[in-house]
Design a protein around this ligand. Structure first.
Ligand SMILES: [Zn+2]
Ligand SMILES: [Zn+2]
Length: 469
């Protein structure tokens, strides 16, 4: 034991996606927290996803915080390039990862076809796909599903516990207990931190004390609206669009956001606050993930547990349709009158939502509801910024549909939630802020320095190594 305890962030450092944090222990263990994909515009993301910056075969253990692709999406590539050890995560995340990673492989195959079809010659574009379905099936065998709140051994010098992060179904806060010459040190990685009182899942677990914290900072400089305001906004937009006879398009992440929107809409229909429109979930991935939810009611909060005990399937009611095949999806083009279409992808960069946007974005009777985080340079971000002319599937369109941005439906802690979470942890010596754009994590850092004067706040740069102790 002559080395120090070190952290190197290979992604999500000064940006949101690509979460990958390498911990090197004094005894020489190399633990990887998350192995996420960089997301955003294809050309930029592909370049960043090509090389890890470390040798996968040198890693001793991997822990995965949740099933979002920006945290899990490069695991098949990690396996393909030499990592054959265990990938510890919750049982919920394990079950969700199969459809999530297979979908990721599928999107890359589509990208490859696009590159071929358009004879794109740049060397970066030729790097897709990063992996295929066989690589996914192989790496899934390395997953080890663990229950929450039980300590387990990772390596001779490191133990771990997973706690509920309250971010998405099965998400975890990862705690490491690391042997050092000075005694055991406790490191907490928040993964993506949820917020209290979200529908479907439990609240984030508080940690009472730790030595080191790697904390997300997505909304480090912003507050979310109150939930009551969301319902009011949803009610008025849906009602007004239905009256006009338009479509309500909701680009949504297939994991959690889609299920949350379904429940909120069902609730409003049930209360007769909105008309009983048909709701189409045009995402085969969302359909599969929803099935995983139904199979694991142990991850539900009390309200949902009660609901599932009383009604059996929670995500099944008369107005709701999950469309599977491409033909079923195409039939939605001929729908007459008002309807709600929820489809992926959440950032509008790929998936079936592009076809629905293409059909309705120039229709002033229709509405587009943005309900999730939109990375820079994505079509979703352009809509949020109010751009009046956008490119979809190779053609330009005028944005004439009514656009509404819901910031409050976030599955992330806002600035107040983040402050409260950090303040609750006693004894922190170093706090590393990751998973946030630069302005967001700088604002968060200033506040933490003020309310936690005993700790050093560090904003890690990508691929730079920092000593913890
Ligand atoms: Zn996430
Ligand atoms: Zn994330």
């Amino acid at each position: 034991m002559n080395q120090s305890l070190k952290l190197t962030c290979f992604g999500a450092a000064g940006e949101v996606t690509g979460s990958k944090h390498l911990i090197e222990t004094p005894a020489g263990s190399r633990i990887l927290l998350d192995c996420g994909m960089f997301q955003g515009r294809r050309e930029i993301a592909t370049e960043k996803n090509c090389c890890f910056g470390f040798d996968p075969s040198t890693i001793d253990a991997v822990l995965l915080s949740h099933a979002h692709i920006d945290h899990s999406g490069l695991l098949p590539k990690l396996g393909k390039e030499g990592y054959d050890g265990p990938i510890y995560t919750s049982k919920g995340t394990q079950s969700l990862s199969e459809p999530m990673l297979l979908d990721s492989a599928h999107i890359q195959q589509e990208d490859e076809r696009f590159v071929h079809k358009h004879h794109i010659e740049s060397p970066i574009e030729k790097k897709v796909p990063l992996y295929d379905e066989d690589d996914v099936i192989k790496v899934l065998k390395q997953f080890v599903g663990k229950p929450y709140d039980e300590r387990f051994r990772l390596t001779d010098d490191v133990d771990a516990i997973l706690h509920d992060a309250g971010h998405v179904f099965g998400s975890e806060i990862i705690v490491l207990f690391i042997k050092t010459p000075e005694g055991e040190r406790k490191l907490v990685f928040t993964g993506d931190l949820g917020r209290p009182n979200m529908p479907i899942i439990q609240d984030p677990t508080l940690v009472d004390e730790a030595d080191f914290l790697i904390c997300e900072s997505t909304y480090g400089d912003r507050m979310h609206e109150r939930v009551a305001e969301i319902e009011d906004d949803l009610k008025s937009i849906v009602t007004r669009t239905a009256k006009r006879g338009g479509k309500i398009l909701i680009p949504a992440f297939a994991l959690e956001r889609t299920q949350e929107i379904i429940l909120r809409l069902e609730n409003l229909i049930h209360k007769r606050d909105i008309p009983g429109l048909r709701i189409y979930v045009d995402s085969p991935l969302a359909g599969k993930l929803t099935q995983v939810f139904e199979q694991h009611p142990e991850y539900y909060d009390e309200e949902m547990k009660k609901r599932s005990e009383e009604h059996g399937k929670v995500f099944s009611f008369a107005n709701l349709d999950f469309t599977e095949s491409v033909d079923e999806s195409k039939k939605l083009n001929d729908l007459r009158g008002p309807a709600i279409i929820i489809a992926g992808s959440g950032m509008c960069e790929n998936g079936r939502i592009r076809h629905h946007l293409k059909n309705h974005i120039e229709d002033p009777m229709s509405s587009i509801l943005i309900v999730g985080y939109q990375a820079e340079e994505t079509l979703g971000r352009k809509l949020v910024k109010g751009e009046k002319r956008v490119r979809i599937l190779g053609r330009e369109y005028d944005v004439k549909a009514e656009l509404h941005v819901f910031t409050s439906l976030s599955a992330h802690a806002d600035m107040n939630d983040l402050d409260a979470y950090v303040k609750h942890i006693r004894g922190l010596k170093k706090i590393f802020l990751v998973h946030g754009e630069e302005t967001s994590r700088q604002a968060f850092a200033k506040r933490v320095e003020a309310f936690y004067p005993g700790a050093e706040v560090i904003l890690p740069e990508p691929k730079m190594t920092y000593e913890m102790a």
